[in-house]
Structures are given as C-alpha cells and as structure tokens.
Design a protein around this ligand. Structure first.
Ligand SMILES: [Zn+2]
Ligand SMILES: [Zn+2]
Ligand SMILES: [Zn+2]
Length: 158
C-alpha cells in the first residue's frame, strides 16, 4: 500500500489537485483491486461519510483519463478499477462467482495477438480469460453469487 505522501505525489504528477476525496478514492482502489464503484464508495465512506456517489464516479473517471487507475469491464459485469496500470496485464474472470484475478501478459506488450487485417492499425487486443476459479472448481463450490464471496470470513458459511 502506498503512503498518503505517495498518493498525493501521484495526484500531483497527474496534474490533479489534491483533495481529501481524491486521496481516499485512490487509496481505496489501491487497497481493493478490481473493486467496482459501489465498493470504492463504501470504502471511501468509512473515512469520509458525506462523499456522494457522483463524486466518486467523477473522481474515478478523472483518474482513468489521467492514467492513475485502469478501468476494466468484462462483458456483463460492472466497471471495475485497479491501480495496477501500464503493464498490459489481463484478467481471468470466473463465470460462477465473478471473481477477477490478474494474469500477466504472455507477450508483455500490446497488442498481444497476431492476425489483425493488414490495413488495420491495432493498439490493443482485448484479452479476457473466462472460466472457473479454483474455489468454484472445488468439490463444494459456492452455488450463488450471494454466498460466493472469497473473503476468508465467509468461507465457513455453507
Ligand atoms: Zn469462482
Ligand atoms: Zn488487474
Ligand atoms: Zn497480452
């Protein structure tokens, strides 16, 4: 986790004015990789209870534009945000529980795949691995998104 100093430095170097909500949102994204807007909002409100959802939306949009965070949105899911930017990594999405994990890029740089038409200038190939996570492949997989949280404190719920 970066310190508050490092977070404010990151904001300044992206030409963004340092405000409490911005620092809190950036901290929340660092602490919760692949969190959606509601999860970021919940986290931010533990520190700043009066921050509005719209404010968090706007801050996340500004961060995405500035390259401070990366926005991902696998088909059929909410937009997620992460602070791991610039390395062209990919994501493995579990069809059963929706968990998302990072996958290093096999080629190391975009575009990752060969084969676009000759007259088409590719700057990115969208690679998402869809499948079943280890937990859902286990003998007693969670059966619904409601009880499928992978957080340790819910593991014992049956
Ligand atoms: Zn799963
Ligand atoms: Zn990621
Ligand atoms: Zn790749």
């Amino acid at each position: 986790m970066p310190s508050i100093d490092e977070l404010t430095t990151a904001l300044r170097s992206a030409d963004l004015r340092v405000t409490q909500p911005r620092v809190a949102v950036l901290e929340a994204v660092y602490g919760n990789p692949h969190a959606d807007t509601d999860q970021v909002l919940t986290q931010v409100r533990t520190e700043l209870p009066t921050v509005s959802k719209q404010a968090v939306y706007d801050i996340l949009a500004a961060f995405t534009t500035a390259g401070l965070v990366r926005r991902i949105q696998p088909a059929g899911t909410f937009a997620r945000y992460e602070a791991r930017v610039g390395d062209n990594h990919h994501h493995a999405v579990c069809r059963t529980c929706g968990s998302i994990s990072d996958v290093d890029c096999a080629t190391g740089a975009a575009p990752c795949l060969d084969g676009p038409p000759r007259d088409f200038t590719v700057d990115e190939a969208e690679v998402i691995y869809w499948g079943t996570c280890a937990q859902c492949s286990a003998p007693n997989p969670p059966t619904s998104p409601e009880d499928s949280s992978h957080s340790p404190n819910r593991k014992d719920l049956k």
